[in-house]
Design a protein around this ligand. Structure first.
Ligand SMILES: Nc1ncnc2c1ncn2[C@@H]1O[C@H](COP(=O)(O)OP(=O)(O)O)[C@@H](O)[C@H]1O
Ligand SMILES: [Mg+2]
Length: 476
């Protein structure tokens, strides 16, 4: 039966856009429709306890609000990241743009956050612990919707054999809700001729995930779109031509702050790039980022929202009495704090020594996004020993986190057309959307979920990075 299901699932993926670019195909990240491969997926949905689902849903609007509150405290962001700034050039560049905006006294009236809070269930304590909070280029919203449709379809065809009902597979509203949030932000800008600018990487094998949301937006609202990339390498390509106005550093920003692309005002800039140093190969891309930030367009995310999502800020928020600075309601604070795993700065030498002794209980994290950057096991120990020996300032580039061990169970995982049974663990994310205009909160919601499953023997996760498989859930 497994073979039959795998074949059905593979056909379904191909026919319904549950696809990614094939890394073995040289043009797969550049040209749509070329070199496609099904996205890696779990053959069947997994059971997930309702208590954790309810808890994560309840937390989503609280984290949205927290991001917004923290983003308004420029001093807090600058101070918390001050030491990191000395040793991490990427954080420094982001902070430089941020402090320039502070000097200009720039305030964002319309603020849009498309977030995803990621969790793992800690097997030892049976608790839901946050892995991280994503505030920039929150991805997989498209593919996550696709995989729950895939599972619903498989279950519908094999209800009796699988002992599951189609309706029990949780549906996913991530795309519809994120598209709506972007469209509502566009409306708030209140200019019919304005466009939404989607900033993408010049080469993106995950482009189909991104197309889900832009296609959905066009269906919901008769908006206009412009695509842009921060990469000037492809400036002659159509995708980039449209963004040339913002890539060239002169004459693109009107004195009133209006950002123009191809002569049209930009209402919203949606970043699906810009989270990684490799997105800024030259000063041109930094100028583009800075220019966008100075403009009156709504940035998703603004530089402040971006900084709130850094690992260092996550660690600072977990310190005693810090949440109290930003949230008023005591019950809410308790709920948020309950999902924090152990997080430490490397200034705490006791913790550093514990991590050197038992590296398997910790994860060492630099200030990076996008997967594949964390340090584990022997590498973690060696890195800490080296940094400590030289009393290196570089310690401030990292944070330490308690390693979470989720319960493992056998799963059928399909990649490149091959299905393998493996002992697997999962990471569960809840998407969020937050939109406000001055004092008016227009949207503060949870927006569907992302379930990723990976072999229990692996350290890292992530679908794009090639470690994890998309999954969906049914509640128990
Ligand atoms: N504390 C942790 N315990 C166990 N695994 C973790 C922990 N933190 C991160 N990971 C694993 O590493 C992956 C990447 O870490 P994450 O903090 O999400 O960084 P990134 O911004 O690169 O996505 C996660 O998807 C997860 O699989
Ligand atoms: Mg992550």
């Amino acid at each position: 039966m497994v073979d039959e299901l795998v074949e059905e699932a593979l056909v379904w993926c191909s026919q319904h856009g549950l696809v990614v670019g094939d890394k073995n195909h040289p043009r797969s990240g550049k040209a749509p429709g070329v070199g496609l491969l099904h996205a890696p997926f779990s053959l069947l949905p997994m059971s997930f306890p309702r208590v954790y689902w309810d808890q994560a849903l309840e937390l989503a609007p609280l984290f949205n609000e927290l991001v917004d509150r923290v983003s308004l405290d420029g001093e807090f962001l600058q101070q918390t990241l001050a030491r990191t700034k000395q040793v991490d050039f990427f954080t420094r560049r982001l902070l430089d743009i941020h402090s320039e905006m502070m000097k200009l006294n720039k305030h964002e009236n319309i603020r849009l956050g498309l977030t995803r809070s990621d969790y793992m269930v800690d097997g030892a304590t049976n608790s839901l612990l946050q892995v991280e909070l994503n505030t920039i280029s929150t991805s997989s919203n498209g593919l996550a919707c696709g995989v729950s449709e895939l599972h619903r379809n498989l279950v519908r065809m094999h209800e009796r054999d699988l002992g599951l009902e189609k309706a029990s597979v949780m549906g996913n509203t991530a795309i519809a809700q994120h598209a709506e949030a972007l469209a509502r932000a566009w409306e708030e800008y209140n200019n019919q001729s304005a466009v939404v600018l989607v900033v993408v990487q010049a080469e993106e094998r995950y482009m189909y995930d991104q197309y889900w949301i832009t296609v959905a937006m066009k269906e919901i609202y008769p908006l206009s779109f412009a695509y842009g990339s921060l990469d000037k390498q492809k400036i002659h390509k159509k995708k980039l031509n449209k963004a040339r106005v913002i890539i060239n550093s002169e004459g693109e920003l009107r004195p009133d702050g209006t950002l123009l692309v191809n002569g049209r005002p930009v209402a919203v800039v949606y970043f699906r790039a810009g989270y990684s140093p490799s997105d800024y190969p030259s000063e041109t891309e930094w100028r583009a980022r800075q220019l966008i930030e100075r403009s009156s367009a709504t940035k998703c995310p603004s530089i402040s929202y971006h900084l709130v999502g850094t690992k260092k800020i996550q660690q600072e928020l977990a310190k005693e009495n810090v949440l109290e600075r930003f949230l008023d309601n005591k019950t809410d604070i308790e709920k948020v704090r309950k999902c924090f795993a152990g997080l430490w700065s490397l200034e705490d030498d006791n913790v550093v020594m514990s991590a050197i002794e038992s590296p398997e209980l910790f994860v060492l994290k630099p200030q990076r996004e996008g997967g594949g950057n964390n340090i584990y096991g022997d590498d973690l120990r060696n890195t800490l020993v080296r940094l400590r020996r030289y009393d290196s300032e570089e310690l401030a580039a990292y944070i330490l986190m308690q390693r979470i061990f989720p319960p493992a169970s056998p799963c059928y995982l399909v990649r490149e057309g091959v299905c393998a049974r493996d002992n697997a663990v999962s990471e569960f994310g809840i998407f969020g959307a937050y939109l406000r205009n001055k004092d008016r909160v227009i949207i503060n919601n949870q927006c569907g979920y992302l379930m990723r499953t990976k072999a229990a023997s692996l350290n890292e996760g992530g679908v794009v990075t090639g470690y994890a498989f998309l999954n969906s859930i049914f509640l128990t």
